[in-house]
Design a protein around this ligand. Sequence first.
Ligand code: NAD
Ligand code: MG
Length: 357
Amino acid sequence: MRRVAVLGATGSIGRQALEVIAADPGLVACALASRTQSLDGLALEHGVEHVQVGGELPDLLDACEPDLVLNAVVGFAGVGATLWALERGVTLALANKESLVAAGDLALAAWRRGGGLLLPVDSEHSAVFQCLEGRARDTVDSVILTASGGPFRNRSAAELESVSVADALAHPTWSMGPKITVDSATLANKGLELIEAHYLFDLPYARIEVVVQPTSVVHALVRLRDGAALAHLGHPDMHVPIAFALTYPERRETSAVPLDFSAGLELVFEPPDVDRFPLLALAREAGERGGTYPCAFNAANEVAVAAFLDGHIRFVDIAPLVAEALERVEGAPATDLAELVAADEEARRLAGGRVAL
Ligand code: NAD
Ligand code: MG
């Protein structure tokens, strides 16, 4: 029996994970965490003893001693839990991409010390992980992350000036929490995923490509050095990568509907437009600069997205706000969590100052 701590249990990923756990006799939830929402109903339904609303996630993890941590918290708030699991060699099923983006170097060092498994839940990274499995590193040329292009793929720059929060939340292919849905509309999500892939798969940025595949059927591709490319396909359904990570390496059945290839499935690929969606290029730049630039990119983006969702800024203000914050931060590497938290706070302060103007 695998005991799973579900962090972010009331969220989109957390709820789908609880469905996967309930359907699998080999899995049991041992802890639930949320930020503010009550967990009483879920705790009762899933028979979970350790429950925490707010507070420090490592305290909950110390108390429940899980076999696997599913980090499905949103934002930098997930950093402590990611480092807790990696440091101890406890299997980490990681949906919370922001923690790996912000704390990449610290996380890799903790992962090396802990020696445990880090299983991506993000669909693209789960797909890459599966395409890379069992393959010698020197046979791999590069990785291609696919993006849906979001709800504004076909909107002109002029049209983007007046899109609403509701427009941004209407994702064409995935149903997700509000923050990642806005990130998908700006393509910041793919920028975060680029940095996530760099750390997860130990690849230089030049060997990670992003391509738009509007139906989200191809989750990622891996190019091999002989000219072949492997792809991972499926309907956009997060139950698959969640179940993959929770049951690894057993790969159990899921509720996902299989693709019908004889029904005239057409796959279209196109390049992303970094002029209309500059956050993708900014993320690449922040990743390549390294140090705490990715942390600052993430922090400023979190502030900007929250301000957009609260109606304080327009959709088109998000990218310039992040760009300005990045220009003003120092970006020096963090040697410990306290320094990382300070870098995160500094970028939030800079971005927050712009929101208030
Ligand atoms: P969501 O907004 O639906 O849920 C977020 C959850 O995190 C909630 O349960 C909330 O209470 C909890 N939370 C937030 N701050 C917390 C804190 N300080 N302590 C404890 N709990 C806290 O978000 P989501 O869409 O489920 O996404 C979660 C993470 O997974 C994000 O990092 C996102 O980028 C990633 N992700 C999501 C999807 C998806 O399909 N939803 C796909 C890939 C990756
Ligand atoms: Mg993704």
